[in-house]
Design a protein around this ligand. Sequence first.
Ligand SMILES: C[S@@+](CC[C@H](N)C(=O)[O-])C[C@H]1O[C@@H](n2cnc3c(N)ncnc32)[C@H](O)[C@@H]1O
Length: 270
Amino acid sequence: MIIDWSKEWKQYLESSRWTQELKKKGITNEDFWDGYKLGDRHEEYNQLTGYPGRILDRMLKFVGSESAVLDIGAGAGAYTIPLAKAARKVTVVEPSRGQVARMMRRAERDGLENIYVINKRWQDVDRAELESYSLVNAAYCFHMPDIREALQKMLDVTTGALFLVSLVDHGITDIYEKVFGEREHETEYIYLYNVLHQMGYPANVEVITRNYQIPLEMQMEMLKSSYDFTPALEQRLMDHLAATGRLVKRENGDWVKRMYKDGMIWYQKD
Ligand SMILES: C[S@@+](CC[C@H](N)C(=O)[O-])C[C@H]1O[C@@H](n2cnc3c(N)ncnc32)[C@H](O)[C@@H]1O
């Protein structure tokens, strides 16, 4: 049996927790990111969690002072800002105005004037709006139902390397199941890898594990952006965190132990 991975992807995306959550709230992807409260603490969060860390180091190998770089779904600029410090220019494709504003505040603070924003979803960007790039990065931004077309457009503008960064394991499957009563689906990096492979691009893949701690209130803020908490649900979560040894008492309050696995898929042209 031949599996059509791009068809599987469409079904996976449609039934994913993320898509179902947006539907339930009656909001678009852009609405969610525009109003994402933790967005303003994005830099602090990334520092605590060690993201993008080693993934960024790998990407920087493809960037020199004359390079043009494309950052798709750039968000608040976790990659954009360091890439703009190394490259001649970084073009960003980001549909959320809220995220663009967060990123541009950081760019201004760091005196960066080489970031160009296309305020659209990747699937709505015309090839004529793009150039060729020595590095193309798409990280955690795959709300793209027609994935084959989306990946082909990325490959068409890549002269050096295409990086796709996506979820392998967020380390809290048990919380989704036991506390929120939700069943987890497979994670997306497998689909992305297989679609690329089926398109004739056998890529490299590496799974990167991060172990870190974040303040409990930060973890709660993140979960609250997706779930309506009742006191009973909050208690159930706290009990589960304690029972699984994830709560850590530190001088400055309660922290949560986390583990996260990112999938780094990269395809180098010629
Ligand atoms: C989780 S953030 C990731 C930000 C950044 N790439 C990172 O890894 O830190 C997801 C971002 O992807 C953007 N995004 C989602 N779907 C997209 C699409 N179809 N095209 C472009 N960007 C998209 C969202 O607006 C959001 O800012």
